[in-house]
Design a protein around this ligand. Structure first.
Ligand code: NAD
Length: 275
């Protein structure tokens, strides 16, 4: 792996900074993962919720790329946390993926009634060597404080919605101080940031696409990114962001686009949502 394309997590594990997201990729998942691996991706972000762990595993095996060269993240779903079935849920994810370990296992949402008990199970999984790193997702500072108060292992990653309209600056500083890497879900704002006039103008200036400008800005902000696409050309385009940098003044223009705007569910009101 090239230096530019991975981060070293707080436990020494190397995580590629750009992965393929597969939320709602449906029947296209297997081909999308194959296309991504062919394009150079070595990191796939799935979850039990997405119901496509099996296709992710099939694509990885079919690619012929050694398992240890590919970084797989999956996530513990809310219902399994509420039911106290965290360990069983993890084992089912492994079974569907067809692997005996994952690279990163995340608590998908900080379900209040089961946050500490779930973290304990993730620590057990980690100690057993069945997840090379463990972390959380959708955690605000108060959720992280709760996890840290009971933790023997500091989460390696916090995966949250993050893009130019929701730049999460204070959470990023907080995580950075704790050596927790921030990972951006919906890094393209689900496509809603691509037509922003500032982004379009920078795309023209750098002769890149709007998606490439946004991903480049996020990587420069020290974020790990997992853009989703099932289209081969876009999958390639989204990976092709390591050959240029934005000037600081242009990065500042994107910083200024923040509106604290969520396109997905907010950690402030997910508990009653029906998925
Ligand atoms: P995203 O920001 O990656 O946007 C994806 C959409 O952007 C695509 O469906 C497509 O419409 C468009 N797009 C992608 N590449 C493009 C390109 N080059 N040009 C033009 N349009 C393009 O949104 P997402 O899927 O919500 O997030 C990415 C990944 O993050 C998910 O697939 C999933 O793995 C993860 N995620 C995690 C959580 C969580 O709770 N932890 C929540 C949502 C998503």
């Amino acid at each position: 792996m090239d230096h530019q394309t991975y981060k070293v997590l707080n436990n020494g594990v190397k995580m590629p900074v750009l992965g393929l997201g597969v939320y709602k990729s449906g029947d296209d998942t297997k081909q999308a993962v194959l296309d991504a691996l062919e394009a150079g991706y070595r990191h796939i972000d799935t979850a039990a919720l997405y119901k496509n762990e099996m296709q992710v595993g099939e694509a990885i095996r079919e690619s012929g790329i050694p398992r240890e060269e590919i970084f797989i993240t999956t996530k513990l779903w809310n219902d399994d946390m509420k039911a106290g079935k965290q360990y069983e849920a993890f084992e089912k994810s492994l079974e569907r993926l067809g692997t005996d370990y994952v690279d990163l296992y995340l608590i998908h949402w900080p379900v209040s009634s089961a946050l500490e008990s779930s973290w304990k199970v993730l620590e057990q999984i980690y100690k057993e060597g069945r997840a090379r790193a463990i972390g959380v997702s959708n955690c605000h500072m108060e959720h992280l404080m709760r996890v840290l108060a009971c933790a023997h292992v500091v989460p390696a990653v916090n995966q949250v919605e993050c893009h130019p309209y929701l730049n999460q600056k204070s959470l990023r500083i907080f995580c950075n101080n704790l050596s927790i890497e921030m990972e951006a879900w919906s890094p393209l704002g689900r496509g809603n940031v691509l037509e922003d006039p500032v982004i379009v103008q920078l795309a023209q200036k750098y002769e890149k696409t709007p998606a490439q400008i946004i991903l480049r800005w996020e990587l420069s902000q020290n974020l790990i990114v997992i853009p989703k696409s099932v289209h081969k050309e876009r999958i390639r385009e989204n990976y092709n962001v390591f050959d240029f940098l934005l000037e600081p003044a242009d990065e500042a223009k994107i910083d200024a686009l923040n509106k604290d705007l969520h396109f997905g569910t907010s950690p402030d009101n997910f508990e009653n949502k029906q998925w």
